[in-house]
Design a protein around this ligand. Structure first.
Ligand SMILES: [Cu+2]
Length: 357
């Protein structure tokens, strides 16, 4: 509230000063010159301001790249992620190149050809050759980008399901995720939110024979270098499955199944040992240590040291605990993955246990 009041006071002060300067200007204007026509001095000021803006704007841009490039994600941990990054960096490169040239021409020409006494504008009606060049060139570059983008898009989005593809259901609810593995038959049993009852928390159809060997788990394990296809369902509202390290995101919509697939290429352990991650974790732990000292001084518990894990996040603001809607992802060797999966209880076993009680 105080901040709001201060902002209002500053704004009112600004308006007052502006009005006063207007009155001062009006009181002076009975000189011979018409104030609505720019003078030699006005033109000079405007010209130099244009040049100044060009320099400051570009320096600011360079500073931002320099200062914030540490927030870039590391190399993509999925096969298609490399294509995704290439497309993004190519587009970004072209945008920066074109904006540098056009902004330079716009501001530098405004400066160099500012109004000067005795200088007259050169009358130049049109030039077919020039117009042809500046029409065709953007058309060619943009078509190239769009076609390249379309190929990348269809390459990434069309995940063909074959025998080797691991099919996993991602189930989103307020506020968490569940994963359902298809079991030995590699076929997910039918499911619908109407079947949710007691321990059957994701609504698997008990009468479907394919469903009995399905495995419902609270963390996602993926074997490295194997194609995985996610079929996504939502229990309640719109969620979004977001895997930043794998360059993937897909909306999870109530009442329908959306899907997306990728091949993880870097295990959790390998990612933990990259220079990027070692550095990042070190910085985070230094901050945690500092914060812990303050917490301990106040009689609270110290923070645990951070260790890197992949996470599946929700990227749609879906309610009050949206920020905490996440599921750990472990990318590991195929043996470790198979061992972990074998240890998980199947849906049939879970239901049988409940009936025994
Ligand atoms: Cu959500």
């Amino acid at each position: 509230m105080t901040v709001f009041l201060i902002i209002i006071v500053i704004a009112l002060l600004g308006i007052t000063l502006w009005q006063m300067s207007k009155i001062l200007k009006l009181s002076k204007s009975h000189s011979s010159e018409d104030p609505s026509i720019a003078t030699e001095n006005d033109n000079k000021t405007q010209g130099y301001m244009m040049l100044g803006f060009l320099i400051v704007f570009n320096l600011f841009m360079l500073y931002n790249f320099w200062e914030y490039s540490r927030f870039y994600l590391p190399e993509a941990a999925s096969a298609h992620g490399v294509q995704f990054d290439n497309l993004m960096f190519l587009s970004l490169g072209i945008i920066i190149f074109v904006q540098f040239i056009t902004q330079f021409l716009l501001h530098y020409f405004t400066f160099i050809y500012r109004g000067q006494k005795g200088r007259r504008a050169y009358f130049y009606a049109d030039n077919d050759k020039l117009e042809f060049v500046w029409t065709i060139l953007p058309v060619l570059v943009l078509s190239g980008l769009i076609i390249y983008g379309l190929f990348t898009w269809s390459d990434i989005m069309n995940v063909e399901e074959d025998e080797d593809t691991i099919v996993i259901e991602l189930y989103a609810y307020q506020f968490g995720w569940k994963a359902r593995y298809a079991g030995e038959d590699n076929t997910l049993g039918k499911a619908n939110v109407r079947f949710i009852k007691g321990i059957n928390s994701v609504g698997v159809d008990e009468s479907d024979t394919y469903a009995m060997d399905d495995k419902i788990v609270g963390s996602l394990h993926l074997p490295v270098n194997k194609k995985v296809l996610f079929k996504m369902r939502s229990q309640d509202v719109l969620h979004s499955a977001y895997f930043p390290f794998f360059r993937a995101q897909m909306n999870v919509v109530p009442g329908m199944i959306t899907q997306f697939g990728f091949t993880p290429t870097i295990t959790s352990e390998e990612m933990r040992n990259t220079d990027y991650m070692i550095d990042k974790v070190k910085t985070i732990n230094e901050i945690r240590k500092e914060n812990s000292e303050e917490l301990v001084a106040n009689g609270d518990m110290a923070l645990d040291p951070y260790e890197f894990e992949y996470y599946l996040l929700c990227n749609k603001i879906c309610g009050v605990s949206h920020y905490n809607m996440q599921m750990k992802i472990v990318v590991e060797s195929e043996e470790d993955y198979k061992q972990w999966l074998a240890e998980q209880e199947s849906f049939g076993e879970t239901m049988a246990k409940q009936k025994d009680k």
